[in-house]
Design a protein around this ligand. Structure first.
Ligand SMILES: Cc1cc2nc3c(=O)[nH]c(=O)nc-3n(C[C@H](O)[C@H](O)[C@H](O)COP(=O)(O)O)c2cc1C
Length: 190
């Protein structure tokens, strides 16, 4: 796949099969994350890999899915992700100004996963305090986001946004994701 195919192929995946993501693939994704641009090249981001079944289940319970779908978009017990990458900011390296680094590194992970056929969901609606407790993450690391990973058991389609940005499920349980068109987002060309 070329970069356009990978970008168009990547969708937030919210239902997964029980196939595990391999350790080598998880390490490959961290390798892509560390290649992301970083302000002043300070590279404050660190990562926690969660792939032991009991820990994955504990973290899952601290995540929220598909706010617009009012319950229908969450994975049921058989559809949960099989791993998480928790993205951390090491505050001993940098206390402020890490947010954009995080966006760049997370996107590298999402696109690299797509290339490997691995589905992902970037999750911001997470209980950071409880995730810290159960994984025993030291206070020097700020918890930024979680990335859920697994193999998709889910169909999605992107479509042109026509007045409503909310994603929705159709009668066949296909998730439609409206995207604003170029002419709506190019503010000026001069
Ligand atoms: C910063 C950020 C936080 C997000 N948090 C959540 C979340 O907590 N739960 C969820 O189901 N999706 C979450 N998403 C996924 C978005 O809902 C998704 O990216 C959006 O609907 C567009 O769909 P797409 O990723 O398939 O293009 C998040 C995305 C971003 C960028």
């Amino acid at each position: 796949m070329n970069i356009k195919d990978i970008i168009y192929e990547r969708r937030t995946i919210r239902k997964f099969t029980d196939r595990k993501v391999s350790d080598s693939d998880l390490n490959y994704l961290i390798d892509l994350a560390r290649m992301a641009p970083s302000g002043s090249n300070m590279q404050p981001l660190k990562y926690a890999i969660v792939n032991q079944e009991d820990n994955v289940q504990k973290v899952f319970k601290l995540t929220k899915w598909a706010g617009y779908l009012k319950g229908k978009g969450s994975p049921d017990e058989t559809e949960r992700p099989t791993a998480f990458i928790i993205v951390l900011n090491d505050e001993e390296i940098r206390k402020e100004g890490y947010e954009l680094d995080a966006g760049a590194s997370i996107q590298n992970i999402l696109l690299g996963a797509t290339e490997k056929g691995i589905g992902t969901a970037w999750l911001g609606a997470i209980d950071r305090d409880e995730i810290r407790n159960i994984l025993e993450i030291p206070m020097r690391f700020r918890i930024i986001s979680a990335i859920a990973l697994g193999y998709a058991n889910y169909k999605t389609v992107i479509e042109e946004e026509k007045g409503d940005i909310k994603y929705y499920l159709d009668n066949d349980d296909v998730l439609h994701i409206p995207k604003r068109k170029n002419s709506d987002i190019i503010v000026l060309t001069k």
